[in-house]
Design a binder for this molecule. Sequence first.
Ligand code: PRX
Length: 629
Amino acid sequence: MQIKNLEEYNIAYEESVKDPERFWASVAEHFEWQKKWDKVLEWNFTSPDIKWFINGKLNITENCIDRHLATKARDVAFYFEENEIGKPVREITYQKLHDEVCRLANVLKSFGVKKGDRVCIYLPMIPEAVYALLACARIGAVHSVVFGGFSAQSIKDRINDSSCKVVLTSDGAYRGNKQIPMKATVDEALVDCPSVTNVLVYKRINGKVNMLNGRDHDWETEVKKQETVCTAEIMDSEDPLFILYTSGSTGKPKGVVHTCGGYMVYTCYSFLNVFQYEPGQIYWCTADVGWITGHSYITYGPLLAGATSVIFEGVPNYPDAGRFWNVVDKIKVNVFYTAPTAIRALEAAGLDFVKPHSLSSLKVLGSVGEPINEEAWQWYHKNIGKEKCPIVDTWWQTETGGILISPLANITKTKPGFATLPLPGVQPVLVDDKGKIIEGNGVEGNLCIKFPWPSIIRTTYGDHERCRQTYFATYSNLYFTGDGCKRDEDGYYRITGRVDDVINVSGHRIGTAEVESAINECEEVVESAVVGYPHDIKGQGIYAYCIVPKSSRSHDEIRKEILNTVNKIIGPIAKPDKIQIVNGLPKTRSGKIMRRILRKVAEGDVSNLGDTSTLLDPAVVEEIVKGKI
Ligand code: PRX
């Protein structure tokens, strides 16, 4: 399954394009199937309808855990580094992982959870979060993880969209020097979630929480009652494994659905090849389990490969900006995978936080979530990788399930800012705005993929039409990523960022429409428009233009209210960095907001605002430019 050199990559790539079914069947042979598939692939991008490993039967947790027990029962699956510095690292062996997952799976069963039922997970970055995902998968329940930074309203929307039966949560979370309540937030959400029958609460911070009789249960007490054996539910390849909500250009976040067979095959294959993980190495992905990176490259991919990983509860700057490097030395991490926003923040903190650490165990560095600017790339390469570790700049999305474009460590020649080449099985194309494929090198266009790979999105939960509209209708017969992209003279891909109304703030994907609708909940705001602008640390910041008619309150008070409202409706990650109170927004005669102009103003590039002839009222623009923050 693991490619070893450039020649093997070239051969694998060619084979994967010439005969994709044969190629992926040979990869899928490496897993344990309860029953092999009858046919590898059926697909069309029109409906869309995509099926991989048809009629194959499996349980992904048998492949993540049980399969390794004969040889690896005592090997460490996870090292757990707590938020507080100086605590001993906890070790979770594959055997322990098995036992904990089975116990928790039995608890879920005792709550009446059955195959196909949805379970919401709202937990901090602790081993129990990984147990929770796997316990669901063990019994065929569909997990829907909600990132711990989301508000009660966001939890409620997600729970109701997929009618979750059970919520797995904790009393609270440690985050740096803060303690964040979680159960209280869940309680607030559950006031309006009729589908939820049971809540399991893990005590992490020993905070006082309300426990509702009959509905809420103590995690430890329930788990202790259960056996460490739980027969794995037999799943069809195309049974859903999980739902993960993600933001788009319009409307509320949608539930991206991934299925069991293809996701298993692709996450393991991409993990082994991109990072060139070797047995015995220690791998650390700093993502949160609430995002797709935490699903594919903390939980499933590494476990499928029998790897040893790190789970880190804390944040990069606590107790200081040397924490990551402290952990790298403490656990002797070999492969380190993080986001550009973290790199930029640690770069800004200065080299004094790096110098005391040897970092000599590091062999491979990774980047994910947003374009990595050249300066950050060089800093990472020089100061963390000591110029001897390749950087794999991995491009992918919640919808792709796994990494699609990336160097393979020590195999593909890297180039700062470039995700370089597609993985075998991935067929990227660039198209112009009319959908015409742009051939050749040294070109730029909208990034699409023209052939399915095993972990491609299957649907958006409860609304297949939305999936079709969002990803498969823009250009016929192509999956549209929403990203702009360059292909240079070497055929290397460089992702330039979103071409739609999605912004990427510290690697978090946020829909501008979502933020606008939250802002519009403020009584005094008549209308708002939100755009992204370049931000030194976050990559992009959120700039909100808000129309507020004459008010007795000061602009500062109104701004505070806007921030509180966004915090309450979405969560802290969506709070605007800049709020400009305006009297009007630049609109065309047909009433459409000209976001292009608002983006230019937010970027501070007002010398050339482009064609403004279709504006209803040009004076609005002048006023906005004058009032820019
Ligand atoms: O714009 C791309 C950016 O993140 C988007 C996907 O966000 P999400 O679904 O939250 O998944 C993030 C983790 C995979 C993409 O459409 N993106 C992700 N990785 C990169 C990137 N942009 C540039 N370079 C990357 N390596």
